[in-house]
Design a protein around this ligand. Structure first.
Ligand SMILES: [Zn+2]
Length: 291
């Protein structure tokens, strides 16, 4: 999470999920995906150690361990950053793309576990969750560099996208600052349909999700995608309490700040969500009157 201002404004947004009957028709009842164990998710979380360079190396290794081979795993050199973005591509049967991103860099204070190894280290486990059967969408999992210096990696990534690539990208799912509590969405800065789809899946799985808007607190990589009108959603876990406790960008950002039950629930929800998006992303809006 990139700090912009000290003033915190908490807003719980209400979303009316109007699309449920439509989705039930097109998505069917059986989503196919495979969860990795809580032990694996937590083991990956404990590998936050080191500076940003070490974390970049670790993320690559975690992708490789999760089955991303040399042909699909790459580093994208980023202008203005010493470190590259890390990409793992899971090809689908169409040209359509779902991007799943999280920044791996940290600020110097604290251990950068919450912000944002919690997000980055989940990428390989999400890859494994959807890499169980052929998908329509190509999934691109990206560990972004230097979010904390001004969304440098994500800005570069978006700027080098062609018009065709932008048009083909139906969703950008951004994870920043997970595990402080249950799953939250920056709803005011998320695509309505992507947010409603997450609420729908959460209800089906009986997992919590709510909206906490953080625009006075910071920004995050997904905003770079919004600049080019790519539908995006940011998942986080910030609450008023976490903000008051000053966990982010301080010495309190360490493993002990993580609520591991909540963190694994967020993983379970996102795994199902990514599988669900393959069935609905890019579908024509059932309610064109909606903004
Ligand atoms: Zn941050």
């Amino acid at each position: 999470m990139l700090d912009l201002a000290a003033q915190w404004r908490l807003r719980y947004a209400a979303t009316v999920v109007l699309l449920l009957p439509f989705w039930m028709k097109i998505s069917g009842e059986n989503l196919q995906y495979r969860l990795v164990s809580r032990e694996v998710v937590e083991r990956r979380l404990t590998k936050y150690i080191g500076d940003n360079q070490q974390r970049e190396t670790t993320l690559k290794q975690l992708f490789a361990d999760a089955g991303c081979d040399d042909q699909h795993l790459s580093e994208q050199p980023v202008k203005g950053s010493k470190l590259p973005n890390v990409l793992c591509i899971l090809p689908g049967s169409s040209e359509k793309v779902i991007i799943v991103g999280a920044h791996f860099d940290r600020v110097s204070q604290g251990d950068g576990v919450v912000d944002n190894w919690s997000g980055a280290s989940l990428l390989p486990s999400l890859l494994q969750a959807v890499n169980t059967e052929p998908r329509k969408h190509t999934y691109i999992f990206i560990g972004f560099t230097d979010e904390e210096k001004g969304e440098v990696g994500s800005r570069f990534y978006v700027r080098q996208m062609s018009q065709e690539q932008i048009a083909a990208t139906e969703a950008m799912v951004n994870m920043d600052t997970l595990g402080l509590g249950s799953t939250e969405v920056w709803a005011s800065h998320s695509d309505h349909h992507l947010y409603a789809a997450l609420v729908y899946i959460a209800q089906k799985l009986n997992l919590p999700v709510s909206a906490v808007d953080v625009e006075k607190v910071g920004s995050t990589d997904a905003e770079q995608f919004a600049v080019r009108h790519i539908p995006r959603i940011t998942v986080h876990s910030l609450t008023q309490k976490a903000w008051n406790d000053r966990i982010l960008h301080t010495s309190k950002d360490k493993l002990s700040a993580m609520r591991l039950d909540d963190y694994y629930q967020t993983y379970c929800l996102l795994a199902a969500y990514l599988a669900f998006l393959d069935t609905i992303a890019g579908a024509p809006s059932p309610n064109p009157a909606q903004p």
